[in-house]
Design a protein around this ligand. Structure first.
Ligand code: SRM
Ligand code: SF4
Length: 554
């Protein structure tokens, strides 16, 4: 167990927060500034809210001796990524009223909204809450939004497994009523002792905590990248439980070799009825053994490596009072979303549509925002967000399918053709809102892909399945460490190039070249595509090929 002698500042802030209340009440009503008090900037994250400023305007504001252009980002908690038609209509309305107006689908299957000024935070949260949506624990040192595989056609028990995302999320929610008190004018805490919380107690977890459920053969959630990964297992056509992975996580810090990306370790199998207890206890072991002194080294991956996988598992089993069964066989074959129409076992229809970098905006010939609006206005479909930042229109009856198809055609969605590389690409938000960005990502990747596509065409590879991912810093929000081609921002216009992830998300890529500008990236890709075409073995993916022949820096 870590000693409490050199606790990080964040630990002190959690302990002093009176169950995540901090001084948010006073901060929100302070008219003299657009920000909240320093300690509240950390505590507010547990409410799903981040203080940010427009980085494009920093120099200008500083020059004019003005406070930074502060605003807030809200991230909703939507386990499994499902919202109803009515909720989407509400989301659309709230986004237009209080935010930049853009609904942004994240790589963890939820949505976030930028540009909310402090005075509008409370009305925004209230309006979302009235729609049955909240942002509790969407960020902070707690369990975050639980992901679940989205594709109903691939498994007869899809819904049963998908529903687990919500069960887990609810089971691991903090018990504090601070969210209600701060945002919804709920009853005020009397005294300083917050509501008892057996899991989070008064210090919460040492760091953020993430859970995803994958439904083989599809791994679009990147289950190995999570603190807890659950792989749904079927036997004789029945869903019986999960293989449990623990200790996945991707973030690194440039130049700090004590930080590293790690795939989750396979601990064993748990039956369905013991799953909630198991995830709770894994979080509790991390609570008690995680590093509370150095936040860079506090994720579960580091705790497990310190304790060893066997040591961690033994502690877990002792607390559970039972042993995990040996892991069951599973196979992943795919990660990219299945675009277009599919159907579930009950005959309901689903349509997956591309949303570039998760930004739901209309572009020339592709009015995705309008299409979703029209469909949900007529209650023809629900909406599901995918971990690939795309949108799925859900639960469409056979009777309503033609009307949906008409809307898809009218707005250019049905007929849109994309190269495979663009279709499966991911980029994180980065500039202009992310305070940690060292380089562009979502504002740049689309144009870079437009330059990579001709290279692929030149080498006859346009039909090639190829996972490319970019982030503005090494935190890895678009999971670039699991891409065949990963680009990680180092400075403006410069990226570290990583190659050789596999196609199913079970192998991390490796550092190939540092601080590469666009010309260097394109030159390297041109050379490697040529080599790939000349030397690949039959059906060898690009990532597997580079893994076999590449020369890496690390
Ligand atoms: Fe992330 C921090 C955006 C998925 C690892 N991430 C941030 C912040 C909040 C910056 C900050 O701390 O102030 C970014 C907000 C940018 C903005 O302006 O909106 C941010 N992360 C995102 C999103 C929106 C990227 C996207 O374009 O979709 C994703 C939101 C997910 C969600 O809905 O909850 C997002 N972040 C991820 C992932 C991918 C995943 O979880 O599958 C990772 C890597 C996996 C992992 O956690 O190991 C990830 N984000 C981080 C980290 C590094 C954590 C660590 O272990 O050190 C940070 C920095 C931090 O926590 O200190 C971070
Ligand atoms: Fe920001 Fe870095 Fe995450 Fe991109 S990877 S959103 S730049 S923290």
């Amino acid at each position: 167990m870590s000693t409490d002698t050199k606790l990080s500042v964040a630990e002190a802030q959690k302990l002093a927060s009176r169950g995540l209340r901090g001084t948010l009440g006073a901060s929100l009503t302070d008219p003299l500034t657009g920000q909240v008090a320093e300690a509240d900037q950390f505590i507010i994250k547990f409410h799903g809210i981040y203080q940010q400023d427009n980085r494009d305007r920093r120099d200008e504001r500083e020059h004019k001796k003005l406070e930074r252009d502060y605003s807030f980002m809200i991230r909703l908690r939507i386990p499994g990524g499902d919202v109803s038609a009515e909720q989407w209509q509400g989301i659309h309305r709230v986004a237009k009223q209080y935010t930049t107006g853009v609904v942004k689908i994240t790589t963890r299957q939820t949505v976030q909204f930028h540009g909310i000024i402090k005075a509008k935070l409370k009305p925004t949260v209230k309006d979302f809450y009235a729609l049955g949506l909240d942002s509790i624990a969407a960020c902070g040192d707690v369990n975050r939004n639980v992901m679940a595989g989205v594709h109903p056609s691939l498994s007869p028990f899809h819904k049963e497994v998908h529903d687990f995302a919500d069960k887990i999320s609810t089971h691991l929610l903090p018990k504090t009523q601070a969210f209600s008190e701060v945002w919804l004018d709920g009853e005020k805490l009397v005294g300083d002792t917050p509501e008892p919380d057996p899991l989070y107690q008064d210090r919460y977890l040492p760091r953020k905590f993430k859970i995803a459920i994958a439904i083989p053969p599809h791994n679009e959630v990147d289950v190995f990248a999570n603190d807890i990964g659950l792989i749904a297992i079927q036997e004789n056509g029945k869903f019986i439980g999960f293989n449990v992975l623990a200790g996945g996580g991707l973030s690194t810090t440039h130049g700090n070799s004590s930080t590293y990306a790690r795939l989750g370790s396979l601990l064993g199998f748990v039956p369905t009825e013991k799953t909630l207890e198991t995830v709770w206890q894994i979080a509790a072991v991390q609570r008690d053994f995680g590093n509370r002194e150095e936040r860079r080294l506090s994720r579960l991956k580091y705790t497990i490596d310190r304790m060893s996988v066997e040591g961690f598992k033994a502690t877990l089993e002792e607390r559970l009072g039972f042993k995990l069964a040996p892991a069951k066989p599973f196979e992943f074959t795919q990660r990219g979303d299945i675009y277009g129409w599919q159907q579930d076992v009950n005959g309901l229809h689903y349509f997956t549509a591309f949303v570039e970098n998760g930004r739901v905006i209309d572009t020339e010939g592709y009015a995705i925002e309008q299409a979703i609006f029209d469909m949900t206005a007529q209650n023809l479909a629900g909406v599901r967000f995918t971990g690939n930042q795309n949108v799925m229109l859900t639960y469409i009856t056979t009777e309503n399918k033609p009307a949906v198809q008409t809307i898809l055609e009218k707005h250019g969605i049905a007929q849109r053709e994309l190269s495979k590389i663009r279709r499966d690409a991911l980029a994180c938000v980065a500039l202009n809102t992310c305070p940690l960005a060292m380089a562009e990502a979502q504002r740049y990747l689309p144009s870079l892909i437009s330059k990579v596509e001709p290279l692929l065409a030149k080498h006859g590879l346009l039909e090639q399945e190829l996972y490319i991912r970019m982030t503005g810093c090494p935190n890895g929000c678009a999971r670039p460490y699991l891409a065949e081609i990963g680009m990680i921002g180092k400075a403006m216009g410069e990226y570290n190039l990583y190659f050789a992830g596999d196609q199913s998300g079970q192998r991390l890529n490796r550092l190939y070249a540092e601080s590469q500008n666009e010309a260097q990236i394109l030159e390297t890709l041109d050379k490697l595509f040529a080599q790939y075409v000349a030397e690949r073995t039959k059906s060898e993916s690009f990532g597997d090929f580079i893994q076999r022949v590449g020369t890496f820096l690390v």
